[in-house]
Every structure is written in C-alpha cells, then in structure tokens.
Design a protein around this ligand. Structure first.
Ligand code: 6R9
Length: 660
C-alpha cells in the first residue's frame, strides 16, 4: 500500500439546508456528537437501548455482548424474536395493515401495490407451504429469483419459519448457483420460470435445473417456481411445484418460529481474495436492529416517506434496504423489476416522479451511466421529470467520484437534498460510515463520519493508528451488532480474513484502504487493498476469474487485474497464456470472445473480462511469482517505471503492453 497525502476537504462542503435539518431524526452535529459519545461512554448500554427500542422481543435479552469467544461475538444472545414478525405482524397489530408496503413496478411499467396486511397474509401462506414440504427451522433455502414481491415474500417466509435463506443473484450462472447450493447444503430452491429485465427474459428455472443436475444436490427435495412469464419450463413431478398452487389452500395465519437472537437469518455469498466465494452468515437480532436503525439515521426515514433502493435482492443492499430495513419500520417502498436504461435512460427519473419517491438510493455506476446518457440525449435528462418529491439521495457500492457526486447533487437532488454516500459491506450488514442528512455537512467523494457506535479507524500493516491525512487500512475496533458472525462452514477462514493476526487479532479488517481528513476527520475510501475488484459495484475475486479461465481447455495460465473505468468504476483485464502458440489478429479476437463467454458461463455475465490480452508468458519473478503490479500498470496503459530487475522474463512486458 502506498501512503498518500490528500488535500484538506474544507473547500467544497455542503451544510444540510435548514429544511433538511429541521425536524430531522438527528438534527445538527451536536446531536450526532451526543450519540457518538454515548456509545463511547457506555458501549453496551448504547446498543441495548437501541435494540429495545427498534425491535419487538418475544423474550427480552439479558446479556448484551458476549466477547468470551472472540472474534465470534454474540449479541443479545438470550433474547428471542422473529424477523418476519418484526417486519409485518407488529405493523398490522398497530393498526397499519392498510398501509402500502410495496409499490412494485414491473419491467413493462405495470404497477402492483401490496399493503402490510396483504404482505403478512402472503408470507404466512408461503411459510405454511414451506412447512408442509418439511422445511424446518435451521434448514437452508436457496432463493434464485427476479426482483419481485414474491422474492421478498420468499425471504420473509423463510425468516418466519426459522429457515436460513441464501439468495443467489439472478445474474449468476448455473455453475455459481450449483456451488452455492452445495456449499450451503440447501434443502429447497425457490426460483421463477423466467426473469424479465430490459425487455429480455432469462430462464431462471432452466438454469436452476442445470445447477441441480450437476451433482451433489441430493439434499434439495423441493423446488418452488414462481410463474412470472408463463414461459416453457421442464418439470420434474417429484420435486417441482408452482408457488401459486402450493399457497392456494394454505391458511393465511402462521405462528412465527421464535428464534434466539443469534439464529442465522441468512447466508449471502460474496467474493474474497481466494477462489471460492465466502458464505457470509448474519444473525437475526443484531442484523435487523441495524437495518432498521440506519433507515432512521442515514435516510432520516419518516412515516410519510416513499423509499426506493434500486439494488437487487441478490446483493446485501437489497437484503438490508429492501427485504428487511424498510419493512422493519413499516415503510412504503418502491421495488423495481427492470433496469435503469429501459425503455430509456430516463426510467429512474420518471419513476421517482410517478411514485413521488422521497428517499432514493442507488449506485455510482448507475449514476455515471445515466450522466452519459443525459449528456447525449436531453430527453432522458432528470430535468425532464418532476423530482420535487425527493428529500435525500444516497449512493453505495463503490467510491463515487466527485464529478458524479456533484451531478447527482445538482441535477437529481436539485442542490437541496443531502447526498448520503454510504460505505459498508456484505459483512457489515448495514451502513458503517455515512452522513446523517440532518446533521453532517457533506463533501463530494467522502462518506464522512462513522455512524454512532461504529469504531472505524485507519491503521498501518501492524495495526497501529496512522495520523490523519495519511492513507492506511480501514478497520473497525469494536464488534457491532450487525457484523458477520462467521463464514458458513469455515470458521477458520472467518478469523483469517477478518481478524488477521498481523493486525493483532482484535481489529475487523474491512479489506479497503482509507484516509481520514486532517481537519474534518472525514473518511475517504481509496478502494480495495486485496485481490477483489469492484465492477459496477459488484465484488469479483480476481482468483475466481482466473480459476474460471484456466478451467478452459485451451488456457495454460491466466492473471486477472482491474483497470479504472469511467462507467463501471473498474474493468476486468485478463492476461492469458494458451497451451498453444499465442494467437494474433482475427484468431485472437475470436478466442477472446470465446473466453469471455466461457467466464460468463462459469461465473456469470458480470465477471466477463472487458479485455483479454494473450502472451507467450506472464511477467514472473525468478521464484515464479506473477508480478501483478506490473500487469496493473500494463492494463492501464502506463509506462513501466517500476524496478523490473527481479523479473525472469522482462521482454514479456513489451508483448503484453500491446493492446490488441
Ligand atoms: C454494500 C456493498 C463492499 C465493498 C467495500 C468497498 C466498496 C461500498 C462504498 C464502497 C467506497 C462507498 N464500497 N460502498 N467504496 N464508497 N460508499 O456494496 O457491499 O457488495 O460487499 O461491497 O464495496 O470496497 O469493501 P459489497
């Protein structure tokens, strides 16, 4: 890691407007500081207070934090509750059954609304149907579904019966799905006939069939299929059933399964620095607490708000800020099936106007692509739509460049809405470093300050604090309720990846670099410090892509690096050595295309390299190590200025430096 000096951030800072500040859940910096210092003074008392207020407990907890088996921390362990009860029943019981829970807009623009009472009934019937098929507390259920009310209901139904769900993003291939079904030991798969996005369909059921045929999935006794399009699906009577048929005769009452606070609510796979994705295991109480609390803090949620998070339920953002957080509060939210560019790149702005969205949450990659589109075609510019309902606009997934931040602030937020740049991860469960919109002055490109109770810091390779203004490793010094509990089936990997001995074993290692401003103490995230790439906000392990490439019969060796990309943040560049002579010209084009498609099949379209370069070899040290930093420079098109004297084969750099 290189240490870096960043200029002080004072010059371009945006105070919350009087409007944003007045009546905010947390109004003014003094209120923020008071909360943060409460947490410092009495850490457990602070969290216990929030947990009592935000959640309804079946059995109250006595002990707050158990650190006896660190880093396997336990929160509120002797308490009992149910996540689905907290998301649905309690609002209906409080007289809010008629409130709209979800405004669903399909790819073709069709809108469906469900109230809290209707959602409770749907979830209860599905939960009963799952139980009737023998699915029980502690079982794992894989959900491979499109963005839909049914997808959210499936997650909630699992939570209701104490089954642990593992949602797999609909863009993953049969092979990736298979790997997850096997690793998690699923007993059932819930899928759909097809997914529809941008006018195109994707045969999810067929992909699930392919995955289940790959072997090792004998535990899967049931697949439940949501009929989205009515397209053709192959059918296995003994295993497959239609969702609409199995819920038909089920009662719409289902007593929730009361579980302990630490009961695994879900497992979500994410890329790490080795080849195999990690199953990040989350708890019930700690996770749900933070999902609800951050809705109130980062989004300043109030009852009148219409919330819209554009993420997919296949990612953590869709878990926390679609399937759980908004429902835990009884919020009204928009759920969208499609893509931002269909039927044109004004879709988001049109939907904000149509549904009077007040809290909007999306990713920098979407913003950047919509800027490009708006600059090319005034008809899809946000100015063409009524965005006056917006109150707060947020971003997540990757660093947002200050130019994109400013455009978002100006053209979407009307220079009136605070921009909340939220730094967090699959492993953290919810927001960690983010502004409180009624308090924190914002600075383009900075996620500002840790939320109260989050002890984020920047350290060096030995775990010592580095001075502000100097780059280092982002860590969290104390456990927090919504943190990852373990890597499913691999507790050792959990410890090694997140609590490494090199840092002393007591600091949570986020895997990102960061710098804290000298004057404001604001954090700026400088990107991953491990072999993880961030392409359009999706995490991809370089090793994962390399393994996929070398699994191709023609490939002898492959090294994958990232290169900055204007739209997607980073782009995947693969350096490939074939088992036969280096291809050139037309042949190279064809092989590159074949390998890209291959990676698409092995992992999913999101992992396809943007560029593939063929070489006779890779740059290696005399001990045979691939020099990735040189490859990174080559991918960027930089001249090599680093010392190459330890290279076994310096000539190879010339060859690999030529883009095809
Ligand atoms: C929520 C989510 C986590 C990684 C994280 C970091 C990057 C996320 C960011 C950000 C800068 C932000 N990241 N939010 N970088 N600023 N506001 O995205 O989870 O898919 O696990 O990715 O994304 O590198 O470590 P996940």
């Amino acid at each position: 890691m290189t240490s870096m000096e960043l200029p002080p951030q004072k010059q371009r800072s945006f105070e919350p407007t009087a409007e944003a500040q007045s009546g905010a859940n947390i109004s003014g910096m003094a209120a923020y500081r008071e909360l943060a210092s409460q947490a410092e003074r009495d850490y457990e008392g602070f969290w216990a207070g929030l947990a009592r207020e935000a959640l309804e407990w079946r059995k109250p907890f006595g002990k707050v934090l158990d650190e006896s088996n660190a880093p396997f921390y336990k929160w509120f362990e002797d308490g009992e509750l149910n996540a689905s009860y907290n998301c649905l029943d309690r609002h209906v019981a409080a007289g809010h059954g008629d409130r709209v829970a979800i405004v669903f807009e399909a790819d073709d623009g069709t809108v469906t609304r469900v109230t809290y009472a209707q959602m409770l009934s749907r979830v209860s019937r599905l939960a009963n149907a799952l139980k009737r098929r023998g699915i029980q507390r502690g079982d794992r259920v894989v959900i491979y579904m499109p963005m839909s009310i049914e997808g959210i209901a499936a997650m909630q139904a699992c939570a209701r019966i104490g089954a642990t769900h593992s949602v797999v993003f609909g863009g993953f291939s049969a092979k990736s799905l298979h790997e997850r079904i096997v690793d998690v030991g699923a007993v059932a798969v819930i899928t759909a006939d097809e997914q529809v996005r941008g006018g195109k369909t994707l045969p999810l059921k067929q992909i699930a069939d392919d995955a289940l045929a790959m072997g090792g999935c004998d535990a899967v006794k049931t697949t439940i299929v949501y009929r989205r399009t009515g397209g053709y699906v192959a059918w296995r009577e003994s295993r497959d059933c239609w969702l609409h048929e199995i819920v038909e005769n089920e009662p719409d009452v289902c007593e929730p399964e009361w579980v302990g606070a630490e009961h695994p609510l879900f497992i979500l796979y994410t890329s790490g620095s080795t080849g195999k994705p990690k199953g990040v295991q989350h708890s019930t109480a700690g996770y749900l607490l933070w999902a609800a609390q951050t809705m109130k803090w980062t989004f300043d949620w109030k009852r009148e708000d219409v919330f819209w998070c554009t993420a997919d339920i296949g990612w953590i953002t869709g878990h926390t800020y679609i399937a759980y957080g908004p429902l835990a509060l009884g919020a009204t939210q928009v759920v969208f099936e499609g893509v931002p560019t269909y039927p044109n790149a004004g879709r988001f702005w049109k939907m904000i106007g149509d549904h009077r969205v007040s809290l909007f949450y999306t990713a920098p990659t979407a913003i950047r692509s919509l800027i490009k589109a708006a600059e090319a075609d005034a008809n899809v510019h946000p100015a063409r739509h009524d965005l006056s309902s917006l109150r707060i606009i947020g971003t997540v997934g990757e660093p947002i460049n200050p130019e994109a931040w400013m455009w978002y602030h100006r053209h979407v937020g009307g220079e009136r809405c605070p921009v909340v740049d939220t730094w967090w991860q699959t492993e953290t469960g919810g927001h960690m470093i983010a502004p409180m919109p009624g308090a924190t002055p914002t600075v383009p490109g900075s996620c500002t300050l840790p939320l109260p109770g989050i002890m984020a810091a920047v350290v060096d390779e030995t775990g010592q604090d580095v001075p502000d203004g100097q780059g280092g490793i982002l860590v969290v010094k104390r456990p927090w309720p919504s943190m990852i509990r373990t890597v499913w089936g691999d507790p050792e990997r959990f410890v090694k990846s997140y609590y490494p001995q090199e840092l002393g074993g007591a600091l949570y290692l986020a895997g990102d670099g960061a710098v804290r401003d000298k004057d404001t103490a604001y954090f700026t995230i400088t990107g991953r410090i491990d072999d993880v790439l961030n392409v359009s906000g999706h995490r991809l392990g370089t090793m994962e892509i390399e393994s996929a490439l070398v699994a191709h019969e023609l490939v002898a060796e492959a090294a994958v690096v990232g290169r900055p990309d204007e739209t997607t943040g980073e782009a995947v560049v693969a350096f490939v050595v074939l088992k036969r002579a280096r291809p050139q010209g037309e042949e190279a084009e064809q092989l590159a295309k074949a390998l890209r498609d291959w990676v698409g099949k092995e992992i999913g379209p999101i992992a396809k390299p943007k560029e593939i370069r063929f070489g006779d070899n890779l740059p290696k040290t005399r001990s045979g190590k691939i020099m990735r930093r040189l490859l990174r420079s080559l991918a960027k098109g930089e001249a090599i200025t680093q010392d190459t004297s330890t290279l076994e084969n310096p000539d190879i750099l010339n060859q690999l430096g030529q883009a095809r």
